[in-house]
Design a protein around this ligand. Sequence first.
Ligand code: NDP
Length: 414
Amino acid sequence: LAERHATLIAEQRLTAAQIEQLKAAAIIAPEVADSMIENQIGQFPLPLGLSFNFLIDETSYVVPMVTEEPSVIAASSNAAKIVQANGGFTTTIQERAMIGQLIFTDVSDYEAAILLVQEKEAALIEIANAAQPSLVKRGGGLRRIETRIITDDDHQPAYFTVHLVVDVQEAMGANMMNTILEATATPLKEWLDSAVLMQILSNFADTSLVTATCRIEPHTLTTTRFEGEWLAKRIAEATRYAHLDPYRAATHNKGIMNGVDAVVLASGNDTRAIEAGAHAFAVRDGRYRGLSDWKVAENGDLVGQLTLPLPVGSVGGAISVLPLAQLTQQILGISTANKLARVIVSVGLAQNLAALKALVSEGIQKGHMSLQVKSLALSAGATESELPLVVAALLENKQLNLENAHTIIAQLRQ
Ligand code: NDP
């Protein structure tokens, strides 16, 4: 690390003072950080905040979120408060398992290959479980085997793929799964008399689906300017639109992931895995759609639902290494992967409700920019003592842009 810092100074990429700044930002022990990633030169702190009012399956949660975006936490707290007043979120988990793919080429008889895998199922389960004995001791292990014939663009069989569905217990399970896949690939290749293209887990984790639902009486949506029943209908219509237009669906889903990623990151889990799974799930029927669903029920209530693949862990990966991940787990007050997934999907639904409610009424800019204004003042160079004055002046003259922030700061300093 010292050598890397010296090189950065020698190559005039950073000054000695900036290196000190980097060092001061570090809270993970340097040797731990160095073992986590390659070419590590420092650490990159992001704000950690708390979202309130989450009543999920009759339990209240304070939710730690890591995000750089203003308004995300305020929005989720706000929407969670509305849901709380209506009885909170209800969640369900159908299954929690990880899928691993063994992809074979040069298979001459696909039907015979399917029969062979069925025949060898018990042997494969034995090999898989012997590769991860500690997982089996904890009650996990290979649960079932599925076969797929993957066709090409002309609908001709092109690959033979075997899915191993593994109960990974409290871990996210990527590394565990890859160990199991490597152990099973060789015997299976020999039995099939084919070649292995690769073996790797799938991030399209549709064996780890988690659903949150909520039911909202429309009058609880009413604001000083907008009537609840009108808002409920427009929220349902906005959802319908997001199911039809991928340009809108991408933004609709980004809003959901604002909350989801922030909790996933705070918990020390892998945000890329969750993002990849969510977007694959959004396009599962061939058309990229909004992930949530809001409908007005017969009695006029607004009913919301969100299902996401959430293969998160409570142990393993970076979770057990990052000191703050233990701390956020403590704030959240949960230690199981299932409960974490239930909280994450509820936050996603709350985030979506907040965004849709704003979008179909006063627009996103009003609330968003009033919270972004602090960041704007800071990026224009406002000092701590100047900050409240610059924020007030920006809000007063309503031109929330960097140029205006610079002008205000210059005037203050005259
Ligand atoms: P680990 O490799 O850390 O394995 C889980 C660890 O948790 C094991 O050491 C296991 O112990 C331990 N453990 C303790 N208690 C339990 C319990 N109750 N249930 C299960 N395990 C327990 O992590 P994962 O296999 O979860 O892999 C996650 C990591 O893999 C993430 O960092 C992710 O970024 C990365 N990754 C992701 C990929 C992807 O998404 N495509 C690809 C490759 C890696 P023991 O050893 O005794 O079993």
